[in-house]
Design a protein around this ligand. Structure first.
Ligand SMILES: C[S@@+](CC[C@H](N)C(=O)[O-])C[C@H]1O[C@@H](n2cnc3c(N)ncnc32)[C@H](O)[C@@H]1O
Ligand code: SF4
Length: 437
């Protein structure tokens, strides 16, 4: 059956959406209460991703709509204890679970005080996540990372630290709604670069008000001076309910021009483009563990308020919000729960949604599309079912590299069109009708 009949792709707006997961959380809804034991019954538990969400930050940046709250006055310790209860629930239900990749995200995990941070790492270890053996990453920000926390990360054996810089120019971070001390950022990035942590990445944003080619070039060159393993270049999205969104400020659209400039500098500086946003230093060893998690086929257990979990047929999480009061409520409910055995919010993935997810994840965000793996998993031909793939090949946005198809350098420019063009009609409609709060 040929379901997708897209013949042309609209390129008038290059920034239609960042597809870092599919379906997007705005497609989740209340669902019938179901036990974790039922949800996970058909899954293999030997190669899972472990994710834990810390929904706290030192400030709410003007561009950010993640599930997080700035400077909670109380309740952080209760939240961490609730994480432990949720982890214990999974451990009790699935003692055979093995995690072969992990992320500690947020928010900003290093917002935690040193003793809370240490406790969190202990709880993750007690869950059976072998942070020193398997590839994993932790998010941080310049203001919340300290020498002591770097030492804890080193001792835990975590492979990668991911830090948002956004810009090395104070007026730009201010205009992004993220005032940041440049000298504090310089000190902590130097400490990170000279630490024993094998990999770190720095994020930059392009499209800030008053940012121009010269100032973006300055931020990139300064970033390169620290030789990060990866540099992420994010186009600015002004989203609903965020500080910038409330001001109703449109981005001046010179993003594509800045993107091309940034991309070319990074390519010349010895970085390889992995996706529209990610540039990785050439010859940086990539983890070669053979039993590594594969995001196309394996599940993810997400712990914490706002964390997502994925099985083949169901994606779920707690309720989601952007508004501070609603987030506070969700976190408080989470922190006072004793029963983590059931879930009641998420989205079921029918056969078509599973295929769509496979294709989106294979084509965007640094993925590789395997014709053969699709055939093996679904018993059908991916090029027959997703006509759009032929359009991408004809445009030379997709290219064949041995047995797999990947986005070409040209195609990566259009990643934020390609992802949304692949969303199913059902998911598009759910996302459109989502009431943001
Ligand atoms: C999880 S966040 C950052 C981690 C950490 N909390 C920090 O702020 O340093 C990941 C990155 O996504 C990017 N980002 C988030 N929202 C964005 C938006 N609306 N537009 C562009 N980039 C965005 C930022 O570069 C940010 O550093
Ligand atoms: S960008 Fe980072 S520090 Fe800022 S609000 Fe979002 S998660 Fe928190």
């Amino acid at each position: 059956m040929i379901i997708d009949s897209i013949k042309e792709i609209d390129t008038t707006n290059l920034y239609q959406g960042y597809t870092y997961s599919y379906p997007h959380k705005s497609a989740y809804r209340a669902i019938e209460k179901t036990s974790l034991a039922t949800i996970w019954a058909k899954e293999q538990m030997k190669r899972l991703f472990f994710y834990v969400h810390i929904p706290f930050c030192e400030m709410r940046c003007g561009f950010c709509n993640l599930f997080t709250m700035a400077n909670p006055k109380e309740g952080v310790r209760h939240y961490i204890e609730a994480l432990k209860r949720e982890m214990d629930t999974y451990k009790g239900l699935f003692p055979e679970a093995r995690f072969t990749n992990f992320a500690i995200g947020g928010g900003t995990p290093t917002f935690l005080e040193i003793d809370e941070f240490q406790l969190l790492l202990e709880y993750i270890s007690a869950m059976g996540v072998d942070m020193a053996t398997y590839y994993g990453s932790i998010e941080t920000s310049p203001k919340t990372l300290t020498k002591e926390k770097i030492v804890l990360i080193e001792n835990a054996g975590i492979t990668r630290v991911s830090m948002g810089i956004q810009s090395w120019i104070e007026t730009e971070t201010k205009s992004l709604g993220r005032p940041q001390s440049i000298s504090k950022a310089e000190t902590i990035v130097s400490q990170l670069a000279s630490s024993a942590i094998p990999e770190f990445n720095l994020d930059l944003i392009y499209g800030a008000k008053d940012q121009d080619k010269k100032s973006f070039l300055y931020s990139i060159e300064k970033t390169l001076a620290y030789q990060p393993t990866e540099v992420f270049l994010y186009p600015l999205y002004v989203r609903q309910l965020t500080g910038l969104g409330k001001k109703n400020r449109d981005t001046e659209d010179h993003r594509h021009e800045l993107y091309l400039l940034g991309r070319d500098i990074l390519l010349t500086a010895g970085y390889e483009q992995m996706s529209m946003r990610c540039f990785r230093k050439k010859n940086s060893p990539i983890s070669t563990i053979t039993d590594a998690y594969n995001s196309l086929t394996d599940g993810m257990i997400g712990i914490g308020a706002g964390a997502r979990s994925y099985t083949k047929e169901l994606h779920y999480s707690t309720d989601y919000a952007v508004d501070r009061k609603v987030i506070k409520n969700i976190i408080s409910n989470y922190s006072h729960t004793d029963d983590f055995n059931t879930i009641s919010y998420g989205i079921a993935l029918n056969d078509w949604e599973q295929k769509t997810r496979f294709v989106i994840k294979s084509v965007t965000d640094g993925g590789k599309l395997s014709h053969q793996l699709y055939q093996t998993l679904f018993g059908t031909d991916v090029f027959q079912e997703f006509e759009i793939l032929q359009v991408l090949l004809d445009k030379e946005w997709l290219e064949k590299e041995q047995e797999n198809y990947t986005l070409s350098l040209k195609g990566m420019c259009y990643e934020d069109i390609i992802g949304p063009a692949l969303y199913s009609d059902d998911v598009k409609s759910l996302m459109k009708n989502y009431i943001w709060r």
